[in-house]
Design a protein around this ligand. Sequence first.
Ligand code: TH1
Length: 806
Amino acid sequence: MDLRNGVELRSLGTSPAAFKEDLLSNLYYRRGTTVESASAQDAYETLALTVRDRLAERRARTAAAHYAANPRWVYYLSAEYLLGPQLEQNLLYSGTAEAARTALEACGFAPDEIAALDVEPGLGNGGLGRLAACLLDSLATMDIPAVGYGIRYDLGIFKQEFHDGRQVERPDDWAFQGDPWEFPAPDDRQVVGFYGSTSVVGGRTVWTPGETVLGEPSHLLVPGYGTATVNIVRLWRAQASEASFDLTRFAAGQYAEAVQDAVRAENISKVLYPDDSTPAGRELRLKQQYFLVSCSLRDIVRRFRLRNGDWADFASKTAIQLNDTHPVLAIPELMRLLVDEEGLDWDHAWSLVRRTFNYTCHTLLPEALETWPVDMLGRLLPRHLEIIYLINAELLDEVRARFPDDLDRVRRMSLIQEEPTRQVRMANLAVTGTTRTNGVAALHTQLLTSTVLRDFHDLWPDRFVNVTNGVSPRRFVRLADPLVSALISDGLGTDRWLSDLSLLSGLAPLVADASFRSRWRDVKRANKAALGLGDPAALLDVMVKRFHEYKRQQLKLLHVITLYHRILAGGYDGVPRTVLFGGKAAPAYHAAKNIIHLINAVAARVNADPATDGLLTVVFPANYNITLAERVIPAADLSEQISMAGKEASGTGNMKLSLNGALTIGTLDGANIEIRDRVGADNFFLFGLNAAEALTLRSGDYRPRDHYAADGELRAALDVISAGAFGGVGQEVAASLLDRDEYLTLADYRSYVDRQSDVDAAWRDQERWTTMSILNTARTGYFSSDRTVADYLTHIWHASPVRVDA
Ligand code: TH1
């Protein structure tokens, strides 16, 4: 087939015979071993290469098509990506799953054993990182020229273990065996500066860094589904320059000192901050952010120059999405490149910058809105602080002109917070330096514009848009649940739903078909059996997400204890349940870790008591990650989305579960509202205060002890925890609920527990439940990340597809 300049590329076959031939040749020539002596790891890596080659061929054609089209490119900048296991995805997208299985067996390898060696790159914390991965998947599927930029952390999100029920964090050396999916691109390395000083030479400011670090890129392929497009995600790794090794000291036997500069440089990409929505780690974290931004922007500029000669075209060829505030230093960095290095005048540069960047805000929690100490930023990035001051001066002039005599507004909107310490406000910088700011669910965007970013909305209302999150149906339906996928395709008579999820609505009429309902139930059963946790006949009640007090795992736990008490009291009339918790707590988040400890203690007690046999089981598999999510989500019957209203920006697990036919019990928070609007109030278990009511209650004198006093079951649950009935674990959790209850757990307890009785009633009528389950799937096609990307394209990116010939 033809590439650019008449270069031809041999097409790799996808038949079992062709696959086997290449598998063997890769085993011999690339891995350097033989069938007889190959280890399982040899077989895995060879398999990966053989699959990867098939996508690399598409990648070459994609690059040629993109180069020829010279389109507007979408660049996604994110400090996190939770890409999930690559093997199963790439087998599916390259259409080689069957060929690979046959070829492996023919060579005497056990396919499942070999597939189990695939390690997921855990380069993110939770929803924000997984959203980034889903958007890349959809961009490729929709043929949009796009590159994701991120950091290649040596250690990803920690591995969670439980020791006596407590969370213990272990390093995740995910690439220990090497990563066969990655292409190193050392020739595209960049030099990143830190510290130093600025001076003015011939009218231009020059930054002379005090320290430099190399950024070495490698990329992973991001294939589209049902198309020849293969995009990439490019990840940067920090490397010390050769000069940072001190040979003189080494010769003198000072081995540690000889490498200390190199170690410091390489620490930048050593570890993902396992910190979900609370800034910590300070200077190293700031260094990571600038490292990502500096490497990526230089790469973007390099790519622009390959095809374009005039800076005036930059913004029309480049859309850069800032994933939360983590990459927002890109705004002053691009100003620096354009003004200091390229010699553009300030106003022209500012217009290009503002038209290039857009910003997604993912939170409302004040503690997650990043700020950096002015001192620290000025020391690490002296020129960037100057640029931020210049941007601020223009911003504040505009504010004063629009709102004369409103000094308090000027103070609130300033990029610099003055009290109690001087800090740079990254969200303010993000809104100021971009065309659009988006929230991630309707309620979230509404709360953003009416609370934390209200002043900016007053000044620039047109800058704000909502783009409700979505999830990849390929990963979270097709790969996670092959059984239900086959049933859906059978029911719809096509598998086109995988790239047009709105087609799922065609399932709705099938609720009237008793045999379809029965097959649907069988699939759920089989998925529960395959998960192997609890009785497959019991209702599987699932709460999977990061641990945070606002998400209220403690509320779910109070319900578990209440059920336990009802069982002990005799005459229990609830349905058999398996309650499954999954998720990690930030290592420094003491309160969240206490909740984990308490859940494990309650689980031990409940599961050991014969009284609960066949009625209640509590399971908490350690180390919830994408791999585990793909097993839990298709098995779930009930999805717990019980955050305090007004706190969860969107949620995406809620979408994955509903799409897979789990019914939701939830508050009117984040995207739950939009899920309920679509599945219908009858197919959603709503409870609790709404955002406005929660706000009112919290700003008055909320007294959690009033609820404790008024509700016997609640009192009993809290009393056993306080009394140390669960191995003396959890007293702090109880005390915090009784004394402060910042997230109104006690206020929502009765409404939640009663709604769970409605869940039981619905479950008892299995035909009714199955109907509700099918309707959840049929009505949640909207939550495809393809729709999310379509919304970004229409409202924000204004980029068009480039088709790659198959
Ligand atoms: C999450 C939000 O909590 C969640 O509601 C949302 O669905 C998801 O992003 C995707 O939009 C966030 N994760 C982080 C992580 C960090 C900082 C802020 C947020 S918000 C480190």
